[in-house]
Design a protein around this ligand. Structure first.
Ligand code: ADP
Length: 488
């Protein structure tokens, strides 16, 4: 279960999702926090500076009208009334909700304050000093709230200047609990939602992966049943156009090829045993008959000769089988050297001329002058050509003609063997290179049906192609083409 692709996919998916979602949440949270605090600072500054301007303007006007700067004397004095009314003025402005304002003298003693300013924090020492020097400052301060609980405030303190000197201070402050509450809410929501989303999508991913991989389970089930005995089984290909379908059809193709080669191996063994059985049966029969009673010497000689013939047949067959098996296993290394095919054909002709003459068959050579050499194993090629030539003579009647010719074909070389023999029926033509295949008409002629199979193996190893054309009763022609080579 934990090693399944489905599980791994889901885990990776869930991990990636949780990392991305967490990063996203942190980013959103930080951004919101920054914006909220910046907005609050701007509002506090706006409120305090607005009041400072108003107080400065009031002091200025009074000085011009009465000739003296009004002093904050008692709570019934004009300064107190004017400033208090300034503080009360904007209290219902929703912009300034929850912002408390205080006006103090340069030493921090409260002169006037907004209605809810009782809980607002005191101006810290450092800020007082800065304000006296004429500079405004922000603070985050802990102070008890109305329920006497500790609560955090953000405040902005700015000086009111008269002739360049700090005469009063204005502090605007606001508790942070609302902002903190909103941020806390968001944090909790994210802490709950992120794992929930990851869990949900992980489960959904698991289900999707199961649906997508369902055909694979079917495939595994079928593959388990496949053995050498039932290579004809095929795995079900899903009705989709995805990789799984490709995999299924490729696997089925592979099975078809395996089945094909398995069947041909099986047939090969059956055919080989069958071919071996006939001469062995004859041999056995002859020996049994010979042993039945004492024979004269000529009789023994004749029996032994017949035995030898059958033994030769068996040894030829076994040799051919071995050659094919070695080619199949690529155990025959090619001894490659530059080869002049004209010379090969000439030497073949001189070897075969006697056999041909015995059947009164004319052997002719039509060699192209200046035929380029090819890189090949001369011995193996000779063997391949000999099988073709041997057939041409074997399947021709007396008085026939066999022509061996060579030609230059583009960058390559062509070799042809044509005869005027009995020809090959169209139904046999596609099979003549198969192992043990013999046309019915050839059964009376000696042979195992392995010659052309060996020829084909040798030519394949050389990268050469062979094609056969034939017309029954008129003759056959085998053309072998060697591709162009860089002889170097
Ligand atoms: P075989 O030992 O039977 O000659 P081959 O593999 O050499 O085996 O040839 C396969 C079959 O192809 C032959 O049995 C024969 O029917 C047919 N064949 C091959 N060459 C010729 C040819 N030149 N003329 C007529 N039939 C041919």
């Amino acid at each position: 279960m934990f090693k399944s692709v489905r599980f791994k996919l889901t885990v990776w998916y869930a991990l990636t999702l949780s990392v991305t979602l967490s990063l996203f949440s942190v980013l959103v949270y930080n951004n919101l926090q920054k914006t909220l605090y910046e907005n609050m600072d701007r509002l506090l500054e706006f409120r305090a500076e607005g009041l400072a301007d108003a107080v400065e303007a009031y002091l200025e006007t009074e000085e011009i009208e009465t000739g003296r700067v009004p002093k904050a004397s008692s709570k019934s004095g004009t300064f107190f009334k004017v400033t208090q009314s300034l503080l009360n003025g904007d209290v219902y402005d929703p912009k300034f909700a929850a912002i408390e304002v205080k006006i103090t003298d340069a030493g921090g003693i409260i002169l006037a304050s907004s209605p809810g300013a009782a809980n607002a924090p005191e101006i810290p020492e450092g800020t007082l000093n800065e304000a006296v020097r004429g500079e405004a400052a922000y603070d985050t301060i802990k102070a008890p709230d109305s329920q006497d609980k500790e609560s955090v405030y953000r405040s902005y303190t700015t000086p009111v200047l008269k002739d360049g000197e700090t005469v009063y201070l204005i502090q605007a402050s606001r508790p942070l609990y609302q902002t903190e509450f909103a941020l806390n809410n968001l944090r909790t929501m994210m802490a709950v939602l992120v794992p929930l989303i990851v869990l949900f999508t992980g489960a959904a991913g698991m289900i999707f992966a199961r649906v997508a991989l369902k055909p694979v389970h079917g495939m595994i089930k079928t593959i388990r049943q496949i053995s050498a005995e039932n290579l004809s089984l095929r795995i079900p290909a899903p009705d989709t156009r995805d990789e799984i379908r490709d995999l299924a059809s490729m696997f089925n193709d592979m099975l078809s090829r395996l089945e094909g080669s398995f069947l041909s191996q099986k047939r090969f063994i059956q055919d080989a045993s069958h071919e071996l059985k006939t001469p062995l049966t004859i041999l056995k029969g002859e020996l049994e008959v010979a042993l039945k009673k004492a024979r004269s010497e000529p009789e023994y000689t004749s029996i032994l000769q017949s035995n030898l013939e059958e033994t030769n047949k068996i040894s030829r067959l076994v040799e051919n089988l071995l050659t094919l098996a070695k080619f199949d296993n690529r155990e025959i290394p090619l001894d490659i050297s530059p080869v002049n095919l004209n010379q090969v054909l000439e030497s073949l002709a001189s070897d075969m001329v006697q056999v041909a003459e015995k059947k009164r068959i004319k052997l002719a050579l039509k060699l192209a002058p200046g035929l380029p050499e090819i890189k090949a194993d001369a011995g193996q090629l000779r063997r391949a050509f000999l099988n073709i030539l041997d057939n041409a003579v074997k399947y021709s009647d007396e008085g026939g003609t066999v022509i061996m010719s060579s030609a230059i074909a583009g960058a390559g070389v062509l070799v042809m063997f044509s005869d005027t023999g009995r020809g090959i029926a169209p139904k046999d033509l596609p099979h003549v290179f198969e192992r043990f295949y013999r046309a019915d008409s050839s059964r009376s002629t000696e042979g195992f049906g392995l010659g052309l199979a060996i020829t084909k193996s040798i030519l394949d190893a050389h990268g050469a192609a062979i094609i056969v054309k034939s017309e029954p009763l008129k003759g056959s022609s085998f053309s072998v083409s060697f591709p162009g080579q860089d002889i170097g």
